[in-house]
Design a protein around this ligand. Structure first.
Ligand SMILES: Nc1ncnc2c1ncn2[C@@H]1O[C@H](COP(=O)(O)OP(=O)(O)OP(=O)(O)O)[C@@H](O)[C@H]1O
Length: 192
């Protein structure tokens, strides 16, 4: 089922963030969200995920959907290894070999059993991306997941994102046109 945003309005105090905002996220397709800093992209995702309530309007098509998300912050369990962070969200057991393949796909090496607090920022980003991709879901929502990664790592990670989200609804916030292109986005939504 497509996700339909209908005439959404959201204000924080006097500040109107979204006003009569409507858009569509087609099922099984990739949609990128762009817009200048502070325009309300994260707010839109938070409304979509039910972490905020809209003042007006409604969201259709989220009922019963399994959603996996990457937030702007990594939101990892700091004292656990990458493997434990990933395994804790996977309903089906995930083998060491599957994990190794996933690490390799996004150029994550030498992370061993270290707690994620000891990993670099870019490594942590990729662990949170893998966690969202390996969890069971119908829809994956990502808020600037590749921020801070070098170009080569970005390209590899996007390739893996595409591989793991075939037939899923992917909603991806980015400031980068190149990322939209590499993702072969079916649609681009601008938040003004
Ligand atoms: N909980 C909150 N309380 C008050 N104001 C908020 C809250 N969350 C967001 N805002 C404000 O809403 C506006 C939109 O924020 P939001 O994070 O949605 O923007 P964004 O488009 O995702 O920006 P960026 O590209 O910088 O991540 C900002 O002015 C922000 O300060």
């Amino acid at each position: 089922m497509d996700i339909k945003i209908k005439h959404l309005g959201k204000a924080y105090g006097e500040q109107q963030i979204l006003k009569d905002f409507s858009c569509l996220f087609p099922e099984g397709k990739t949609t990128c969200i762009r817009g200048k800093s502070g325009s309300g992209k994260t707010t839109l995702l938070r409304l979509l995920l039910g972490l905020e309530s809209p003042d007006t309007g409604e969201i259709e098509g989220m009922e019963g959907k399994k959603i996996a998300a990457v937030f702007q912050e990594d939101r990892l369990c700091e004292n656990l290894s990458a493997a434990s962070n990933i395994r804790m969200v996977c309903r089906e057991p995930i083998t060491d070999q599957q994990l190794e393949e996933a690490y390799k796909a996004v150029a994550l090496t030498h992370i061993w059993q270290k707690p994620v607090r000891e990993l670099s920022g870019g490594m942590r980003r990729r662990v949170s991306v893998l966690r969202a991709l390996l969890a069971e879901s119908d829809c994956v929502v990502m808020d600037e997941p590749l921020k801070g990664l070098d170009e080569d790592t970005k390209e590899r990670t996007i390739k893996y994102i595409l591989e793991k989200t075939t037939r899923k609804t992917l909603i991806f916030v980015t400031h980068e046109e190149k990322e939209e292109r590499l993702l072969k986005a079916d649609g681009i939504i601008e938040v003004l």
